[in-house]
Design a protein around this ligand. Structure first.
Ligand code: KIV
Length: 271
């Protein structure tokens, strides 16, 4: 449902046009109605219902445990809150790696049950067949290369990816394959800025970075990091725009104190 009447929805074509004009794309994660509404109202171009919900909403150590049903629940809430932004939903671990039919079915469930506009999945050549099948069913797909958190146990660390030449060449090759397979955009996570620049220059589709430097076509951050709700996560690429952890903590302490001191509620705050 649109909260903005006639405001025009951002589409995959809008993002393509932005890349061609050199206009940077803004993207944030969102997992619920209220935050989606605020971000949308502020003019964000893209909302990603990230599987980082597994970490920041559910408290898991990795993105692996979140289920397709849980992603759909988050996506439905975001869709109800945002009338302008393009809404992309992460395919969770285990919902697409089996085979391309499983991938197609999962993507169709997301689109049908949530009302979102596109899906995102992680990986290179190993997911190309699935991407082609999903795209041919009419579902826009965003790729994700570099640090791919669903494969954390394969790599064992969250360090910067593709620093070595061989891995960098492989990433460029995979980026080309994703474009050829029909992806409308890709995310590059935690790679050297020079490599981000090279991929963004080589690809015709938009390249959105998170820790991929300033030369890519747009930027994405996890909302809890951008707003300072997460306190202990401080990678170099993160810019915090608020310190909500401290602000919410001190507001909560004031609330507790007002109750204990019998200051709240006062005569005007009761019936
Ligand atoms: O799940 C997520 O939040 C993401 C972003 C980090 C791009 O995939």
């Amino acid at each position: 449902m649109s909260t903005h009447g006639e405001i025009k929805r951002v589409t995959t074509n809008t993002l393509q046009g932005m890349k061609q004009r050199g206009e940077k794309i803004s993207m944030l994660t969102a997992y619920d109605f209220s935050m989606a509404r605020i971000f949308d109202d502020a003019g964000i171009d893209v909302l990603l219902v990230g599987d980082s919900a597994s970490n920041v909403m559910a408290g898991h150590e990795t993105t692996l445990p979140i289920t397709l049903d849980q992603m759909i629940y988050h996506a439905q809430s975001v869709v109800r809150g945002a009338g302008r932004s393009l809404i992309i939903v992460d395919m969770p671990f285990g919902s697409y790696q089996g085979n391309s039919k499983e991938a197609l079915n999962s993507s169709i469930r997301i689109m049908k049950e949530s009302g979102a506009h596109a899906i995102k999945l992680e990986g290179g050549e190993e997911v190309v067949e699935s991407i082609k099948r999903i795209v041919s069913a009419g579902v826009p797909v965003m790729g994700h290369l570099g640090l791919t958190p669903q494969s954390i146990y394969k790599f064992g660390t969250y360090t910067v990816r593709a620093k070595e030449e061989a891995e960098a060449e492989k990433l460029v090759e995979n980026a080309r394959l994703l474009q050829e397979a029909g992806c409308f955009a890709i995310v590059l996570e935690k790679i050297p800025a020079t490599l981000g620049k090279r991929v963004a220059e080589e690809l015709k589709i938009p390249v959105i970075g998170i820790g991929a430097g300033k030369h890519v076509d747009g930027q994405v951050l996890v909302m809890h990091d951008m707003l300072g709700i997460t306190k202990d996560f401080s990678p170099r690429f993160l810019r915090r725009y608020l310190n909500l952890y401290d602000d919410i903590k001190s507001a909560t302490a004031n609330y507790i104190s007002d109750i204990k001191s019998k200051d709240f509620p006062n005569d005007q705050e009761q019936y």
